[in-house]
Design a protein around this ligand. Structure first.
Ligand code: ZN
Length: 178
């Protein structure tokens, strides 16, 4: 187990198209270790999602959620990992919501995302699964999959007028969201 360094905006790895993983690569102990290290890193940085390019690995792997999620609490996303994820929108509608990113520290901004998506991916054993998601989970999934295509949330903002530093976000905008 290790806590990895998180790449920040400006590092080229965040702008690359990440490579899909083969079943043989998924079985490698080093890759299984990367999964566990990414979960530890996400928890340590208090993030809700992390994509492999954010730890300098240009491969199609994302982790999201909380390892100690409370199943009774719908805001507590269960720990999920997706290898080679692909998603499709299940909704015509897009919804604006604030996002932040461990690779863009201390900023929040409003990003339009599909309200509901279906994701197809492989689990850590290489087994395919399908996940339907809406609301916050759908948002986090779209944000993390974007990282695999070299896209950051700033690229998705319609305009930059909502962009806030964290302190100002909590002071002026956090409560107005609900
Ligand atoms: Zn991010």
């Amino acid at each position: 187990m290790a806590i990895l360094k998180v790449s920040r905006m400006g590092h080229p790895v965040l702008r690359q198209q990440a490579q899909p993983l083969t079943p043989a690569q998924i079985r490698q102990p080093a890759f299984q270790q990367l999964i566990d290290d990414m979960v530890d890193t996400m928890v340590d940085y208090e993030g809700v999602g992390l994509a492999a390019p954010q730890v300098y690995q240009s491969v199609r792997l994302i982790v999201l959620g909380y390892p100690d999620a409370d199943p009774e609490n719908p805001d507590d996303l269960p720990l999920t990992l997706c290898i080679n994820p692909e998603w499709e929108s299940l909704s015509e509608e897009k919804e604006l919501g604030y996002e932040g990113c461990l690779s863009i520290p201390d900023l929040r901004g409003l990003v339009p995302r599909s309200k509901a998506v279906v994701v197809r991916a492989l689990d850590r054993k290489g087994k395919p699964f399908t996940l339907k998601a809406d609301g916050f989970l759908a948002r986090v999934l779209q944000h993390e999959v974007d990282h695999l295509d070299g896209i950051l949330f700033l690229d998705r903002m319609q305009d930059l007028s909502s962009l806030s530093f964290l302190e100002e976000y909590y002071r002026y905008w956090h409560k107005k969201e609900d």
